[in-house]
Design a protein. Sequence first.
Length: 205
Amino acid sequence: MTTLTTEHARAWADRFVAVGKDRDSELTELDRKAGDGDYGTNLRSALRRVAANLEAGPADSPHAVFLAISEAFLNTGGTSGPLFGMWFREFAKAAKDKPVTATVLGEAATNAVAVVQRLGKAEVGHKTMVDAMAPAAEALTAAAARGADVAGALAEAAKAAHIGAASTEKLLAKRGRASYVGEHARGVIDPGALTVAYFFDAASH
Ligand code: ADP
Ligand code: MG
Ligand code: MG
């Protein structure tokens, strides 16, 4: 598939909603160990809004699907809600009125992580969602440059995001609530980074 179809975008969003619900308690447990324990609740309410937005429609283009996701997260509390909202907003912007190729996804992901970093001031290695977003953007861009199709590029992004999320386990946090607990956060994967990996998984599972 050389461009992202509306059907694929819808299925991706639906699977993300489902995966978020499945992983709710796992993600909350991570935030309980290294934060304030509300991560899964925040994600659940965002995903409930995603489902409602998609239902209300019209989610008749990849742009509209990404916008529905973005607006849901922007209206959700916690640090993660607005940051994810702004991240997804770049995918919506990139998809507006043009075919979504692997190259477009790479550009979107690159702009998106830059926006999150501008707002949250997190670098790679600070144990945040950025640790999965940045490698995913690089993987999408590299896959597109090699001529990968959308599905192939998204699979590469998922792989890179999982490696990035796993890398947060050994880190001390420099941003967010996990940075308040010092050594207690070591050994705990960042739930925001793991959510990014689940999002890209949802493109193909
Ligand atoms: P809160 O800490 O306000 O309860 P959440 O539990 O909703 O927020 O979200 C926590 C997640 O937000 C973390 O797992 C991390 O990925 C992300 N995060 C926190 N601070 C930042 C930041 N400054 N930049 C990027 N991501 C951040
Ligand atoms: Mg929290
Ligand atoms: Mg909180």
